[in-house]
Design a protein around this ligand. Structure first.
Ligand code: PLP
Length: 451
């Protein structure tokens, strides 16, 4: 490693505390100082390039330094950088709201903005709780979710999550949330996904029946539990869930923060189940990975429950300083333009097929227990033993070995524990997909050699 990278790494470690990181790891693991990005590639200060296989934490869908998004932000910058969204408005946020309302399942015509995914989840939870108060049902105040979900890091969002790695330490601070087993189809052949999900749904049905009178809402990540290790389930489960929520008079929050904007093959994952949630939470790829922005879309029914004379104190008095930032909205509008003008989702069908072909040979590797895919996400799960599916203990840090190897080869893969996954920007080429498969295969060999 030459001097420039070293220089920035040292200054970094002296001044920063990195997210989701045991800082002591950086005694032997480099922080990668990135100087620039272009398309799927990131470049460090020594000129080494890395393929961004994880879309910079699932946000970047149209490549780094996308000229069309850059131009739109630059134009907006000269007009208006920011304005308060209470009592004021601006063109990008109005246009974005109209477009999201038109693209989402019909009936989600009211957009409430924030600045992060976690904040969007907090809003959906508070809105649902408050909705039942305004409707005269204050006893409907609890939430139900499925195991192994992830909805963010703030305390409300953490409460409805179930990845113990994130929640365990804080459990005494969290809300008392009801959890039922997820319809996770780990290591099952595709033909068995629906029957497996149906068996799991029976437990959801029981929990809904038992708790309906105290439940405000159910919250789930549709189709892919991303932070929970890219565990997947079929759209049928969402259809049954919507139908049961209606039957038991419980609201449905769909957290599409990670899977929205084409990741699962459709613009929104819930479209594969043809369901409309009461709250649709979006963030991450909303701005093409450029700027922090999130939004909760909701229905007339919810909106109307808050709409009253001021003195009734029914209003939703929630805000964040940067709510609906114009630069972020401009990036989102450019992102939607590109998705539409270039018919990116149609092109993604070929890309997803290429990813499937590239991943297929890895499925027979002795350390691979499952290769699964939904749209533009491929997950390759490492196990100690293929037959028993015995996992590697997290302390063995097998994912970290793959991470290190990939970095040395010029790919930014960042396994979730033992789960290696590809979740690249939608501008990845066939040869770049093949390169990822090659590096992943080598990483598996490294792990095998270490045993
Ligand atoms: C990332 C994520 C969040 C939290 O979003 P932040 O912007 O990191 O606060 C919530 N839900 C899901 C499904 C996510 O993947």
């Amino acid at each position: 490693m030459t001097n420039l990278n070293q220089h920035w790494m040292q200054r970094d470690i002296a001044a920063l505390w990195h997210p989701c990181t045991q800082m002591k790891d950086h005694e032997h693991l480099p922080v990668v100082p990135i100087k620039s990005g272009s398309g799927v590639w990131l470049e460090d200060f020594d000129g080494k390039r890395y393929l961004d296989a994880i879309s910079s934490w699932w946000v970047n869908i149209l490549g780094h330094a996308n000229p069309r998004i850059n131009a739109r932000i630059k134009a907006q910058l000269d007009a208006l950088e920011h304005v308060i969204l209470s009592g004021c408005s601006h063109r990008p946020v109005i246009e974005l709201s109209e477009r999201l309302g038109a693209l989402a399942p019909a009936g989600l015509g009211h957009c409430f903005y924030a600045d992060s995914g976690s904040a969007a989840v907090e809003i959906a939870l508070k809105m649902s709780y408050h909705y039942w108060q305004n409707r005269g049902r204050p006893e409907k105040k609890r939430f139900l979710t499925i195991t192994n979900g992830y909805h963010g890091e703030t305390l409300g969002a953490l409460s409805v999550g179930d990845v113990s790695f994130f929640t365990h330490t804080y459990r005494s601070l969290l809300l008392d949330v009801i959890k039922v087993p997820a319809p996770d189809c780990f290591a099952l052949p595709r033909e068995q996904w629906v029957s497996h999900a149906a068996a799991r749904f029976a437990e959801m049905e029981v929990a809904l029946a038992r708790h309906a009178d105290e439940l405000a809402a159910v919250i789930v990540e549709p189709l892919i539990q991303c932070a929970g290790g890219m565990r997947m389930y079929p759209p049928e489960y969402l259809r049954w869930l919507r139908e049961a929520c209606d039957r038991y008079n419980v609201q449905l929050i769909l957290d599409e923060i990670a899977v929205g904007f084409g990741r699962t093959g459709t613009l929104f994952a819930c479209q594969q189940a043809e369901v409309r949630p009461d709250y649709l939470c979006l963030s991450k790829a909303l701005t093409g990975g450029y700027l922090p922005l999130s939004v909760v879309l909701t229905t007339d029914e919810v909106y109307d429950a808050f709409y009253d004379d001021y003195a009734s104190l029914r209003a939703f008095l929630h805000s964040h300083s940067y709510t609906g930032n114009p630069l972020a909205c401009a990036a989102a509008l450019a992102t939607l333009d590109i998705l539409e003008e270039d018919d990116v989702l149609a092109a993604n069908r070929d890309r997803a097929a290429r990813m499937a072909r590239a991943a297929a040979p890895l499925a027979s590797h002795p350390l691979v227990g499952d290769v699964r895919q939904t749209g533009m996400v491929v997950a390759i799960e490492m196990v100690r033993d293929r037959d028993s599916l015995e996992p590697f203990d997290f302390r063995e840090r097998k994912g970290l070995e793959v991470f290190r190897h990939a970095l040395s080869r010029g790919a930014l893969l960042r396994p979730l524990g033992n789960v290696i996954y590809w979740m690249p920007p939608y501008v990845i080429s066939d040869s770049e997909i093949d390169f990822l498969a090659e590096v992943t295969g080598e990483g598996l060999e490294r792990v095998a050699d270490s045993l």
